[in-house]
Design a protein around this ligand. Structure first.
Ligand SMILES: NC(=O)c1ccc[n+]([C@@H]2O[C@H](COP(=O)([O-])OP(=O)(O)OC[C@H]3O[C@@H](n4cnc5c(N)ncnc54)[C@H](OP(=O)(O)O)[C@@H]3O)[C@@H](O)[C@H]2O)c1
Length: 312
């Protein structure tokens, strides 16, 4: 498969990152192990999680996702073959990217993940109270200590990325090599605004909500369908003319290729300029198989144009 570098870092991955926000939410530990096994067996290595996942679930089991992934890494003895990405400042607390918060955050994440380093450490959300300089200095220390291999920023605008990079250059610190914005056939504005910065600066992008929380699988086509998953509530926003137009194009291309809408939606993402890899989660082993087929599917120029135009 077409392995891709993440920015100018030494990290190179297959173009599918497994989303970890389901672990401890729609996926328990046993099913989680089966999903992780299937993902690794399909030849992929990169898993995305965060210190806060899944903190929106009643009881707020923040850290459960990292804990399940850590138990799996330990049980399988495969830490050196996997790429683990996690994030700090999930709770968007003021000061969440100050040096003390970062130092405490990485220690807690490493403990839950049962490892002594993470491959990629993300600022989950910007922190208006922390300067880029103090945040990047803290990360630089973690990289020098061997606890983090490279850093990234999620939910940052192009201006924030450029400002942070300028600070890194002036202060001789490591820069953010990867960004993690929302991007899928329906939600394009955030990534489209970032792309010129990413192209000019050779920064990577792993993009989230690749399936629009499941909407792009085509299993939600009316209000009645929203009850199919605990995630249904977040999917209702896509049930409108634009969403249905995208589903129409996905159905057409999927029928032509003998694929599913989810697979075609992922194939479209993999083909977009400056997308290093989509991040997508699965709640079953069967879904992992579909994600794997999707990122290995090649779409014709006509199919790509049809899909792109369907969401305009
Ligand atoms: N940086 C950030 O701020 C941020 C924010 C959100 C997410 N993320 C990351 O991005 C990852 C992906 O986001 P996400 O999981 O929320 O959304 P997603 O990848 O767009 O949607 C995945 C969901 O769609 C359903 N699905 C997947 N494959 C399917 C198939 N073949 N057929 C039918 N249904 C299928 C599953 O849910 P059901 O089976 O339950 O329907 C699955 O959990 C997260 O895990 C997280 O790592 C990052």
């Amino acid at each position: 498969m077409n392995r891709r570098p993440l920015g100018r870092s030494e990290l190179v991955i297959e173009p599918l990152v497994l989303g970890g926000n389901v672990f401890g939410w729609t996926v328990d530990e046993t099913n989680g192990f089966a999903i992780l096994d299937a993902y690794a067996a399909a030849g992929f290595t990169a898993i995305d999680t965060a210190e806060g996942y899944p903190n929106w679930v009643p009881g707020n089991p923040a850290g459960m996702s990292e804990t399940i992934i850590g138990k799996w890494l330990k049980a399988r003895g495969n830490r050196d073959r996997m790429h683990i990405f996690t994030k700090v400042n999930s709770g968007k607390k003021p000061g969440g990217l100050k040096p003390d918060a970062i130092k405490a955050g990485i220690e807690a994440s490493l403990k839950r993940l049962q490892t002594d380093y993470v491959d990629l450490y993300f600022s989950h959300w910007p922190d208006p109270e922390a300067s880029h300089e103090e945040t990047l200095e803290a990360y630089d220390g973690l990289i020098r200590a061997g606890k983090v291999r490279a850093i990234g920023a999620s939910n940052y605008s192009a201006q924030m990325m450029a400002d942070a990079q300028q600070t890194a250059v002036v202060k001789s610190l490591q820069r953010y090599e990867v960004t993690q914005p929302r991007y899928n056939l329906y939600d394009r504005a955030e990534f489209d605004a970032l792309r010129p910065y990413l192209l000019e600066n050779e920064v990577g992008a792993i993009v989230y909500y690749s399936l629009a929380s499941g909407f792009l699988t085509g299993k939600y086509r009316s209000q009645d369908d929203l009850g199919q998953s605990p995630r249904g509530g977040g999917v209702g926003q896509y049930l409108n003319a634009k969403g249905l137009s995208i589903l129409g194009a996905l159905d057409q291309v999927a029928a032509e290729l003998g694929a599913t809408p989810a697979e075609v939606a992922l194939a479209w993402l993999v083909a977009q300029t400056r997308v290093s890899a989509p991040i997508a989660s699965a709640s079953s082993v069967e879904q992992v198989g579909s994600l794997a087929r999707g990122v290995r599917l090649t779409l014709s120029a006509e199919a790509l144009d049809l899909l792109t135009d369907s969401g305009k």
